[in-house]
Every structure is written in structure tokens, then in C-alpha cells.
Design a protein around this ligand. Structure first.
Ligand code: CAO
Length: 416
């Protein structure tokens, strides 16, 4: 049996009883060896990190001119866990046998080991002996503690434990159980929409994204949609909020055409797109797809709703064609149908801007008279290509889009 050695003292140092001499480490545990004497270190038998052999002297301590030099012999055996009953130190010719943990406990409570009667084998002083000694000193009654029970050492500040405190300090030792899990890792190739996403998003990484967020009060729009929904239904179209968001964006793009543009690879030319082909991020069983509603600038809200219905049913059936999936010029992502407030949308190159919509929530807000009312609040998060779009442009566009949605009647003025 051998241990690795780390020391705290050097030759010539004075040591007192219980001073740390060195730390020994085996493949099973680490134990601090303390001095059993007041004296002077005369010889170190090992250098740092050398292998120290069990049963061989570690250090010579001169304890008294009259008594000569005592050799401190280390017989450390480290068990799988730190069960101190198994870890023991012995000193030739010395009667106080105790483990380092017990010595530490005694030291922290200012108890001289020579005054404690050991009840262990060969009069070894056990932890119980220290606790009983303490109890006798203070008059505290300690409950009988079975040998297997582990009581953590007292903190340095607590020199004399009081009975109730002592009781509270007994922490149940959790029984470690092996966790059985039979699952296996699975590797599969990246294919289909996922593969397309890898390509598009990797290209998007080259774009310096500018982010801008705001809160939109949709109270009026929610009411308006309630009124229009049955009318659209009669004509066979499901009217959600998206057609309004899309149309308002197109009206805004008419004012801020740089957001409906693309930048060439060499960043030398910007192309302003004539068509507002507004992409709609769609969550389908096959994955994320972004078909676009073509020429929104010449479409009514109803026409947009109808086209969106078509794209949604084809999308959920996995039957969207190339024409529907290409040629987008600007994108909206309504993640709010799933949840969330703010997000950080990623631009789809060669586009230069994208908006993501959060969940519509009923929240308290103030009206113009300072009265609290139940508002239908939605958050929007924009990302724009900062190489050609500045923050002020994005903010102005967002304000315009917001004004159309907060006062949907205002859209009528600009609808063609
Ligand atoms: N907050 C709360 N409710 C919302 C909402 C929002 N932001 N947007 C829509 N809703 C409501 C709709 O009004 C509808 O309610 P009704 O049944 O009462 O009319 C319901 O949610 C379902 O709407 P919908 O999904 O059928 O239609 P939509 O036009 O609002 O949205 C689409 C279509 C394709 C955008 C949506 O289905 C979708 O896929 N969203 C997820 C987009 C996504 O994954 N983005 C992340 C991209 S980055 O990975």
C-alpha cells in the first residue's frame, strides 16, 4: 500500500499537536496527517509528490531535548469511501490512537486526546468518545449514536455544541443507487427541409443583423377580425391576423423600399424589388418552410387570406412547389401562434429584413384618459441587414406598420 505525499511543513519548522504535516493521497481517498507532538521537524523522509510507503517513517520530530527524536510513522490505508474507521494512524510508543478526523474534531473543540478514554480497539479514540466527552463537559445528553452513523465535523466557530443544535446537525446520508438507463444515441443524416435550413442559416450568418422590438396594441384589430371572420368564412376563407400583418407590412414597404431589397454578393449593388412577395414562416410536420404570398402590394386583405389558406394546406400536406417557396422579398414569422413574446429572427438571404410576431396577450394598459383597460398586446421583433439598413429606417417602418395595425381603419386610406 502506498500513498502520494503533499506536505505543509519543512525541516526546522516548529509544529504543535494537530498541526497539518502533509496530505496523502491514494487512488481511493485523500487524508491529512497531523502532528501528534509539539516539537521541531528534524527530517522529512519524502519530497513533494513522492510515493510514501505505508509503514515507513514520514517525518522525524524532535519533541524534547531530553526525549530525543520521535519518528512519525504513517500507516495510512485509504478505503473506497472516506470511512474514517478504516483510516488509521499509529505512533510508536504513543498511547493515543485516533483517526485524523477524530483528531481534528478534538482539536476544533480544544480537547486534549490524552484526557479522552478510547473505547475502540487497542483503546483507539472514536468520534463517539469525543462527543461523549463533550457531552459530559457541557451536561448535554447525546442520543445513542450507532457506529455506522456519520456526523459531520463541527464548524470551527462551534467549540461546544448544544444538545438541540447537535440533533439538528444530523444529516441523513443519502443511499446512492445506480441509475439504470438503456437508451442509445442515434445518428441520422440531415436531409430535406433541415438540409435547406442548414444552407440558408449558414449563409445568413454572414449578415450583420440589427434588431429592433416594439409592442403593438391590437385591441381594435382583434375586434375588427371578429367582425370580418364570419364574412370571410361565408366566402370559404379562414381569416386570421396574418393577412392584416402582411398587408400592413406591404403598405410600409411602399414607404421604405430598402427593406424589400437585396444586396449582391460583392456588396456593390442594391436591388429594390418591385414585387412584395412576403414570405410566411410555416411550422409543418416536415419542418420549417417559408412559402411567400406573391405581389401583396396589389392584393386585398381577403386575397392575401385566401392565398395564405392555399399555402397552409399545401404546406401541411408537404406539397408546396418551387414557385411558392422561392422569390420571397421580405418575411414575417408568426411564432406567437405557438407562444413567446420577443425573439431574434434570422434574415433569409438574399432578403434584407424579417419580422417575428409574439403571442397576442390580454394585458392592462392605459388609454388616453389615463384609465386602465384590457389591451390585446403583441410584441414584434425585427431584424435587418445593417450593411444597408440603419436603425432609424427600421424604427420608422415599424412605427408605420404599428400605426396601421393599431388603427386598422387607417389602412383603408392606402389600400389599392
Ligand atoms: N398570438 C395569439 N394567437 C394567434 C397569433 C398570435 N400571434 N397568431 C394567430 N393566432 C391565432 C389565430 O388567430 C388562430 O385563432 P382562431 O382559430 O381563433 O382564428 C389560431 O391562432 C391559429 O392560427 P393559424 O396558425 O391557423 O393561422 P395564422 O395565419 O395565424 O398563422 C402560420 C399561420 C403559418 C404563420 C402559423 O400556422 C405558423 O406556422 N406559425 C409558426 C411559425 C414559425 O414556426 N416561426 C418560426 C420560424 S423560425 O424557426
Amino acid at each position: 500500500m502506498f500513498v502520494k505525499c503533499r506536505r505543509y511543513i519543512k525541516e526546522g519548522d516548529s509544529v504543535s499537536q494537530f498541526d497539518s504535516i502533509c496530505e496523502v493521497q491514494s487512488d481511493k481517498a485523500s487524508v491529512t496527517i497531523t502532528s501528534r507532538y509539539d516539537g521541531i521537524i528534524r527530517k522529512l523522509h519524502y519530497n513533494l509528490d513522492e510515493i510514501a510507503y505505508v509503514g515507513k517513517p514520514l517525518v522525524d520530530i524532535e519533541i524534547d531535548a531530553s526525549k530525543g527524536v520521535a519518528s512519525e510513522e504513517d500507516v495510512v490505508e485509504t478505503p473506497p469511501m472516506s470511512h474514517e474507521e478504516h483510516t488509521h494512524q499509529e505512533i510508536k510508543g504513543h498511547k493515543t490512537l485516533a483517526t485524523p478526523a477524530v483528531r481534528r474534531l478534538a482539536m476544533e473543540n480544544n480537547i486534549k486526546l490524552s484526557e479522552v478514554v478510547g473505547t475502540g480497539k487497542d483503546n483507539r479514540i472514536l468520534k463517539e468518545d469525543i462527543l461523549n466527552y463533550l457531552a459530559k463537559q457541557t451536561g448535554a445528553i447525546l442520543p445513542p449514536s450507532p457506529k455506522a452513523e456519520i456526523i459531520p465535523p463541527l464548524p470551527k466557530s462551534e467549540t461546544v455544541p448544544a444538545a438541540p443544535k447537535d440533533k439538528a446537525r444530523k444529516i441523513p446520508v443519502p443511499v446512492s443507487r445506480p441509475i439504470v438507463f438503456s437508451g442509445k444515441d442515434k445518428t441520422e443524416p440531415v436531409t430535406g427541409f433541415q438540409k435547406a435550413m442548414v444552407k440558408t442559416m449558414s449563409a445568413a450568418l454572414k449578415i450583420p443583423h440589427f434588431g429592433y422590438c416594439d409592442e403593438i396594441d391590437l385591441t381594435q384589430l382583434v375586434q375588427l377580425r371578429e367582425e370580418l371572420k364570419p364574412l370571410a368564412q361565408i366566402r370559404g376563407v379562414k381569416l386570421s391576423f396574418m393577412p392584416f400583418f402582411i398587408k400592413a407590412a406591404s403598405l410600409g414597404l411602399l414607404q421604405y423600399p430598402i427593406l424589400n431589397a437585396s444586396l449582391d454578393e460583392s456588396c456593390q449593388n442594391v436591388t429594390y424589388k418591385a414585387s412584395h412577395n412576403i414570405g410566411v414562416a410555416m411550422d409543418t410536420e416536415q419542418g420549417l418552410i417559408v412559402p411567400n404570398v406573391k405581389n401583396v402590394q396589389v392584393c386585398s386583405v381577403f386575397e392575401i387570406a385566401s392565398e395564405l389558406n392555399r399555402l397552409q394546406s399545401l404546406g401541411s400536406a408537404g406539397q408546396l412547389g418551387t414557385n411558392d417557396l422561392t422569390g420571397g422579398t421580405f418575411t414575417l414569422s408568426n411564432i406567437g401562434t405557438i407562444g413567446g413574446t420577443y425573439t431574434k429572427p434570422v434574415i433569409l438571404p438574399p432578403e434584407v429584413a424579417i419580422g417575428a410576431l409574439g403571442k397576442i396577450q390580454v394585458l392592462p394598459r392605459f388609454n388616453g384618459k389615463g384609465e386602465v383597460f384590457k389591451a390585446q398586446i403583441m410584441n414584434v421583433s425585427w431584424s435587418a441587414d445593417h450593411r444597408i439598413i440603419d436603425g432609424a429606417t427600421m424604427a420608422r417602418f415599424s412605427n408605420l406598420w404599428k400605426s396601421y395595425l393599431e388603427n386598422p381603419a387607417s389602412m383603408l386610406l392606402d389600400l389599392k
